[in-house]
Design a protein around this ligand. Sequence first.
Ligand code: SF4
Length: 207
Amino acid sequence: MSDDTRAIANQQARDQKKEAYLRAIHDRYAEQFRMTADQDAISVARATHAAMDVVLERDRQKDADSSGIRCGKGCSHCCHEPVEIWAYEAALLVEIAREAGITLDRMRLERQGRYSAENWRQQPAQDRACGFLGADGACTVYEFRPNVCRKLLVVTDPALCDTSNGQPDSVGRWFSWEAELMESAALEMFGASVMPKALLAALNVKG
Ligand code: SF4
């Protein structure tokens, strides 16, 4: 076997090992979520958000690159992008909005709900913002925000997150494999939809 062939074989073995390791993490979360079938939606959403925070904090501690994360309060470009959540998160957000006296604008949600993640940016600029974004650029439900918002952490200049000028995305992210796999398992298990659609569905359940 030549050195080149040996190097390729070693790389393939490493890739397979990594794939199996990541698959095992995903399957572990999928199994955990399957076990929540008898629990209420809001408890599951809260517990999964807490688990996400623990994973992100642990992985940030382990990875020096995370010190370059630039996200901060008031920076909200990503809150104008499509946000995919799962139904239990929508149930939690509707409940929190009710408790906090936040009025969800159904007409705006319905307008937003006509767009998908693929064509979100085609809607009028004034409609693109998340309904929970405050006038000061801060999230009004920060403690209860969906996991997709928790794990979106950017290491490039925040100005690059502004897509309103039609520039292509050139954002650099810091990410945790485990956080990505947890969210992927949750979206697969509980169903994914853009936030306005998920909120409308939750509002209709609530009545
Ligand atoms: S829930 Fe909060 S953090 Fe997430 S998109 Fe909406 S305003 Fe932004």
